[in-house]
Design a binder for this molecule. Structure first.
Ligand SMILES: Nc1nc2c(ncn2[C@@H]2O[C@H](COP(=O)(O)OP(=O)(O)OP(=O)(O)O)[C@@H](O)[C@H]2O)c(=O)[nH]1
Ligand SMILES: [Mg+2]
Length: 400
């Protein structure tokens, strides 16, 4: 039977109501313990259906703050011995169970049978406030700087900044035009905030034997890439997550280019090109000495146009006068002179990489727009001038 337009199926009607959801909060692999959280109006009644407190604990009122020990049952079958904690006000239940994947899976299936929607921890609660976004973003921060920069955004940082702007708008100390200018500066920081949470791809490229793999090992502090005097040592590219002055970076070591590559090297170079195409920054590693300028020119001609490139002139231990600028040919500007083997000037190189990725314009204690939701709402204020009450409402919506 055809349904009339506007008439909703029972399923659609149910989906309009606030659903009770459950998610595994802990690592999905084998572990000693696991935690499942239920959120929503039915969470306590679902718990009452499947949880039996241990006999000595006669009380069946599960809504008190006290954790309870007992068993989760599916009918007569005991699935696991667990500790539960329920919060009636926040409509949440936490089930601390044993951490075997099979145990967790059976508990989740039981909850699903009770009508609970199983989801991921990120989707358990709406990320519609800065406070929730801090909570959701912190696990993605891979460096100390990332954790510090995100953690300060609530109740300080961006939250305090927007609250201040609302107050200044209300008492006439800030005009809507002034606000838009301030927000433009905030929006400009979004790219760096993403870099704190999603590693940038930095590719080491250049002619064969210039020291790319030695440099990769020096920057990551690990002997992960094979290095050798023979040109054409690296074939498959390798990628390693590392921390460059607080930025998480995926450092990619690629095959070097030489004049007459064999078939395997040709393939390796094609693979390198795919990584270069996706790179946020290419560190072009060339050798100090008479071939320096020719190598730079030749490689720049091959690298994709508009690609962010930083030149690292390596092996300055062999040509110390070049980096001092006393050689006959003037050193090209914007190069960093290093010795990967002796770890000379690697701090300069790290600063230059971090700078090219935007870190030099960054105050880790300052307000930071760090989610797409915040960015879109604030961009709307900047791009679509509106009446003052609407602007204030939108700022409040960002804070959540
Ligand atoms: N003197 C000196 N030698 C270096 C330096 N860096 C690397 N080398 C040497 O240069 C040679 C080549 O180094 P690799 O790191 O394998 O060079 P690569 O660019 O990865 O080479 P391919 O993988 O073949 O492209 C090795 O013998 C290294 O020990 C340096 O700073 N100074
Ligand atoms: Mg190599």
């Amino acid at each position: 039977m055809m349904m009339r337009q506007n008439q909703k199926s029972p399923q659609e009607t149910r989906s309009d109501a606030v659903k009770t959801k459950a998610a595994l909060l802990t690592w999905p692999g084998p572990a000693a313990l696991a935690t499942i959280q239920l959120v929503g109006p039915e969470s306590l009644s679902v718990l009452r259906c499947c949880f039996r407190p241990q006999a000595a604990q006669a009380a069946t009122d599960l809504s008190g703050a006290r954790p309870r020990f007992g068993a989760i049952r599916d009918g007569r079958e005991i699935l696991d011995q667990v500790i539960v904690a329920a919060d009636a006000v926040r409509q949440t239940v936490e089930i601390h169970c044993h951490g075997g994947p099979r145990v967790v899976q059976r508990l989740l299936l039981l909850l699903q049978k009770q009508g609970v929607e199983i989801t991921t921890w990120q989707q358990l609660r709406p990320a519609d406030s800065i406070a929730a976004e801090v909570e959701f973003s912190l696990p993605s921060a891979r460096t100390r700087l990332g954790v510090r920069a995100i953690a300060v955004q609530y109740p300080g940082g961006l939250t305090a900044c927007l609250q201040g702007q609302i107050a200044r708008l209300q008492n006439g100390d800030l005009t809507p035009d002034g606000l838009r200018n301030e927000l433009r500066d905030r929006l400009a920081g979004f790219a760096l905030a993403r870099r704190l949470l999603q590693p940038a791809s930095v590719v080491l490229a250049g002619p064969a034997n210039t020291g790319k793999s030695t440099l990769a090992n020096a920057l990551t502090g690990k002997r992960q890439s094979i290095t050798a005097d023979a040109a054409g040592t690296t074939r498959d590219w390798t990628a390693h997550l590392t921390d460059i002055n607080g930025l998480p970076v995926e450092l990619v070591d690629t095959a070097g280019r030489r004049d007459r590559p064999d078939a395997i090297e040709t393939h390796a170079l094609q693979l390198a090109e795919t990584r270069i195409a996706r790179a946020d920054l290419v560190v072009l590693v060339v050798e100090a000495g008479p071939r320096r300028d020719g190598q730079i020119e030749q490689e720049r001609a091959i690298l994709p146009e508009n690609k962010e490139i930083l030149v690292a002139v390596n092996k300055i231990d062999l040509y110390p006068d070049q980096s001092a600028g006393t050689s006959q040919t003037a050193p090209p500007a914007d190069c960093v002179y290093i010795s990967a083997r002796h770890e000379t000037n690697l701090d300069h190189l790290r600063s230059a990489i971090a700078g090219r990725l935007g870190l030099d314009r960054f105050d880790p204690q300052g307000p930071l727009v760090f989610t797409r939701r915040q960015y879109d709402l604030l961009a709307e204020i900047v791009n679509h001038p509106a009446a003052l009450p609407d602007v204030i409402r939108k700022l409040q919506q960002v804070i959540g």
